[in-house]
Design a protein around this ligand. Structure first.
Ligand code: G3P
Ligand code: CA
Length: 305
């Protein structure tokens, strides 16, 4: 482990384990983060929400996801899950997220996942503590705030979210080892005010500039007040938002876009790259890192380069 962690930290290339190592272990769990660390990532990518008692917890979904969540009786949930913001940490911890529903799309997509029954949704602090416990002293954390401008989303209010996150990072003394990412740039704008030195990552879901995050509620409510029509390219928009990194869907990336972004001093770290030929191509284009469910595959590609 020490060798892998040292190797990962020394590498300039930012290999990020998506939701820990979603291809190998149930997502956003301590076993998944441990797997990623033992595989040798530079950064743990993770998603956060907030409970009703204000605790930051690690979950991709703002509501309990029935495909990955079982109740205290061991059966998978049915119907739409309760919002994290409507539950205390204690209530949330009664659910088991260590196994994926066998007939779900997620299970079919990630057949190599090793279940760990009895696994709870971790707090952000739990993940920091795990890295400390495993001696991963240089590993970085790319923390995605899962908020949404949709009125019925039930996600944390952006400023409260950003404030709680900045406080948690400060408390852990990890300001030099985190980035904060979001599709909801309102949270990033709030974070800029609350803690201007924390590096921010602008996520985009479309490379096609004309459709960038449109159609989700009309206009561009995800972009924190910026208007796509005022910019000639996505990298220009990201630079104006004050992000240091642009993370697009890898399918929307082109080599000229990589070059344009890097000329603007933006790092380019696409998500979520799971096939080795895509990894190799993106590395050849000079991306600064990549986010993958399979850090083991990415390491193989990196070693071959
Ligand atoms: O880091 C970006 C990537 O994680 C975004 O996709 O939906 O898995 O959070 P998602
Ligand atoms: Ca994410």
């Amino acid at each position: 482990l020490a060798i892998l962690l040292a190797g990962a930290s020394a590498a300039a290339f930012d290999l990020q384990g998506h939701r820990g190592a979603r291809g190998l272990s149930p997502e956003n769990t301590l076993p998944a983060f441990e797997k990623a660390l033992r595989t040798g990532v530079a950064t743990l990518e993770l998603d956060i929400g907030m409970t009703s008692d204000g605790v930051l917890v690690v979950s991709h979904d703002p509501r309990l996801n029935p495909d990955i969540t079982r109740g205290p009786d061991g059966t998978f949930l049915t119907g739409p899950g309760k919002a994290l913001t409507a539950m205390t940490l204690e209530e949330l911890r009664s659910f088991d997220v260590g196994r994926t529903r066998p007939d779900s799309r997620t299970a079919k997509s990630f057949p190599e996942q090793t279940p760990v029954d009895g696994t709870r949704i971790p707090t952000l602090e739990d993940v920091f503590a795990l890295a400390e416990r495993l001696g991963a002293k240089d590993v970085r954390f790319n923390i995605e705030t899962k908020s949404s401008p949709a009125p019925d989303a039930g996600t944390p209010e952006p400023r409260a979210f950003a404030t709680a996150l900045a406080k948690a990072i400060d408390k852990a003394g990890l300001g030099e080892r985190v980035t904060v990412q979001s599709f909801d740039w309102r949270t990033l704008m709030a974070l800029k005010e609350v803690s201007p030195d924390l590096p921010r990552v602008c996520l985009t879901s479309e490379g096609n500039f004309d459709t960038l995050q449109r159609g989700k509620d009309g206009g561009s409510p995800w972009l924190g007040g910026l208007d796509v029509d005022d910019f000639d390219s996505v990298p220009a928009l990201v630079a104006e938002a004050g992000c240091t990194t642009w993370s697009p869907n890898f399918r929307n990336l082109t080599q000229p876009l990589v070059e344009e972004a890097q000329e603007m001093e933006l790092a380019v770290v696409p998500w979520t790259v799971n096939e080795t030929d895509d990894m190799a191509r993106l590395i050849d284009w000079g991306v600064d890192g990549l986010i993958t469910d399979y850090p083991d595959r990415a390491r193989t590609v990196m070693v071959a380069k």
